[in-house]
Design a protein around this ligand. Structure first.
Ligand code: F0G
Length: 351
């Protein structure tokens, strides 16, 4: 066996690269497809978690960023820019370092998780906190990329979607075929677009025998696709998907319609309960937004949209360590004890 070399090397036949494209990588991809025993029991399905929080910067964004930054370097860019709810900026900042580019990021002020802010800063990107929403940040980043020499790294950049489709390839390569259903959180709607592209391509190439029904879930206070109109301002505790006007809106609807799937919403309460359940019952610490995929599956099962025994993959998109505040908020206070076994035993209820 040889070491995994990142998604560009592993899937280069399916990606817009040539032998002369410089490969900027942190060896992203090859993430676990983990059987979810508790969720399987609750739903009566065979459920797997695609644990994307185990990518180098802690989210699925790295799959797209390796392609987008590699192409930017190939095309001679010196600076990149992105708008972000935190994960895209963390990823862009790290891959920009790797590719020798400068990086500027626009984030909605006071509305991104602390760990993500730390990542952008520690990797040396220029951070602007914008007095507005993610949607405002994206509009601003797009304008700047048109008027100034900075390359846009948001998922409107088609190379991002190309890279992110490799997650669908990995699922098929691991299971031996596509699942019956694939569940995802939906924010700017790039990832559901990318998975659908990946599943379709593998099916057309004959690698899989079918494609899955795509099920996407928005937070109920930030559910423009479900409500069929932009939401301003979007509201949810899941800051990563606090988005009111997704860039890949129509592509997400296409994924839904062509696959016979659904796009629905889940409440903040459902997201929070599922976030705690994944940590307590599956041993998987995700961020709030990531729990929307599993919360959505549970809801879809209850509503009768999922046949018993279905094989289901839920992508959990980001690592829980990025935003520990929500884990601590629900946890009991720690007890302080002296350096003494009897006191420790008593505090632990062992005596
Ligand atoms: N989950 C997490 C953890 C995310 O960070 C995002 C998007 C999504 C789900 C939704 O994916 O946008 O492709 O539909 N985060 C972007 C960002 C917006 O800036 O980091 P999507």
């Amino acid at each position: 066996t040889r070491a995994w070399a990142g998604v560009v090397q592993e899937y280069r036949d399916h990606l817009p690269v040539t032998d002369t494209t410089p490969v900027v990588t942190l060896h992203e991809g090859n993430t676990p497809l983990l059987p979810a025993y508790h969720v399987s029991e609750v739903t009566g399905c065979e459920v797997y978690l695609k644990v994307e929080g185990l990518n180098p910067t802690g989210s699925f964004k790295d799959r797209g960023m390796t392609v987008a930054i590699s192409k930017a370097v190939e095309e001679g860019a010196q600076a990149v820019i992105c708008a972000s709810t935190g994960n895209t900026s963390a990823s862009a900042a790290a891959y920009a370092v790797r590719g020798g580019l400068t990086c500027a990021v626009l984030v909605p002020q006071g509305k991104i998780a602390m760990g993500k802010l730390a990542q952008a800063l520690v990797h040396g990107s220029q951070l602007l906190q914008v007095d507005g929403s993610f949607d405002d940040c994206l509009e601003l980043a797009q304008k700047l990329s048109v008027d100034y020499p900075v390359a846009l790294m948001n998922s409107v950049n088609p190379h991002r979607i190309q890279g992110q489709k490799t997650a669908a390839f990995e699922v098929v390569d691991t299971l031996g075929d596509a699942p019956d259903i694939h569940c995802l959180p939906v924010g700017n709607a790039g990832n559901i677009t990318a998975y659908w592209m990946g599943y379709r391509e593998y099916n057309e190439a004959g690698v899989s025998g079918h494609t899955p029904r795509m099920m996407g879930f928005q937070a109920s206070g930030a559910a423009p696709i479900v409500r069929r109109q932009p939401v301003a301002p979007p509201r949810t505790i899941a800051t990563a998907i606090r988005i009111g006007n997704p860039a890949s809106w129509s592509q997400a609807e296409r994924a839904r319609d062509e696959s016979g799937g659904r796009i629905d919403s889940v409440t903040d309460r459902q997201i929070l309960v599922t976030y705690r359940m994944l940590a307590a019952k599956e041993g998987v610490f995700v961020e709030l937004a990531s729990a929307a995929s599993v919360a959505g599956l549970v809801q879809a099962v209850e509503e009768g949209h999922v046949p018993k025994g279905s094989r289901v993959v839920c992508t959990v998109t980001g690592n829980g360590l990025k935003d520990p505040d929500w884990a601590l908020a629900g946890a009991p206070k720690a007890t302080t004890v002296p350096v003494d076994a009897r006191s420790a035993a008593s505090a632990l209820g062992l005596v």
